[in-house]
Write a protein that binds this ligand. Structure first.
Ligand code: ZN
Length: 279
């Protein structure tokens, strides 16, 4: 697919730069990683299906599957894993946050898929809120967007509840649009969900290595990503329900965005503004 090829084109130089900026020694990395708890948060669950009304592919099932695959991968790498849910149950957002915040040395990885009423909307995007979450967000996005045959929608700052209330580095990755025919088809493939989990795992492992000095358009940098308040972003679109995504092109145009969002505001990762639905 042309899209995939174009991704590969900038993946290669970006990867070589990433290698160059690896700073910490393996020994330091190892000891630091040994004590790391990764709190994996599969979006939605139970009565909260995620997505938009009438959506064919249930987001809650996709998120749980990727989360469980990620759990296996990171556990095999020696991380301590905590799942906010490990079955099809509803877990309130404050509970998810409380779980995350009980691991002071942990990191929080929240997994979602996107949805939009416009079926053409597609791409991978990653959210963070606190500044100390940016390296994790950059790294996860770097790998997931690089490994997916989807447009790169960039790293964005937004005050979703689970990002705003967590005190540990926290990231929310949107693994593609289930309402898009192509991305929905990808998501239905177990091997693709495994791939997504592998890329997220690579981001977790590489969060000290993919730094803001990267020049690739695929990676967020402290300089290129303005730390906009989430209110700025949520006020751009029409309403939280439309979720139209205007920027459908690939990559890097992280800012502006008439983009409106998304599954997270849906039943769950409610943002603080009335423009976005709370659960
Ligand atoms: Zn969601």
């Amino acid at each position: 697919m042309p899209r995939k090829l174009s991704h590969l084109c900038f993946l290669i130089p970006a990867l070589s730069i990433a290698t160059l900026v690896c700073g910490a020694s393996p020994a330091v990395e190892g000891s630091r990683e040994a004590s790391t708890t990764v709190v994996i948060d599969a979006g939605h669950g139970g009565f909260d299906h995620g997505g938009i009304p009438g959506q064919r592919i249930p987001e809650k099932e996709m998120t749980l599957d990727v989360a469980q695959r990620l759990k296996g991968l990171l556990a095999a790498s020696g991380y301590r894993i905590v799942m906010t849910r490990d079955s099809d149950v509803f877990v309130p957002l404050p509970t998810r946050v409380a779980i995350a915040n009980s691991y002071q040395n942990g990191i929080f990885v929240c997994i979602h898929f996107n949805s939009a009423t416009r079926i053409g909307a597609d791409g991978i995007e990653t959210y963070f809120y606190s500044r100390n979450s940016l390296p994790l967000a950059s790294a996860v996005h770097y790998f997931v967007a690089g490994g997916a045959p989807s447009p790169n929608r960039g790293v964005r700052r937004r005050g979703y509840y689970v990002l705003r209330k967590t005190t540990i580095p926290a990231v929310l990755v949107e693994c593609g649009f289930l309402t898009n025919p192509n991305e929905g088809q990808y998501a239905l493939s177990p091997s693709y969900r495994q791939k997504l989990a592998e890329e997220i795992a690579a981001g977790v492992r590489g969060r000290f290595s993919v730094t803001s000095t990267l020049s690739s358009t695929r990676v967020a940098t402290g300089e290129s990503i303005p730390l906009q308040s989430y209110t700025d972003q949520t006020n751009v679109g029409s309403s939280g329900r439309t979720r139209s995504k205007h920027s459908n092109k690939r990559s890097s145009r992280t800012k502006s965005s008439k983009k409106k969002k998304s599954s997270e505001s849906t039943g769950s990762e409610a943002s603080a503004t009335p423009k976005v639905r709370e659960s």
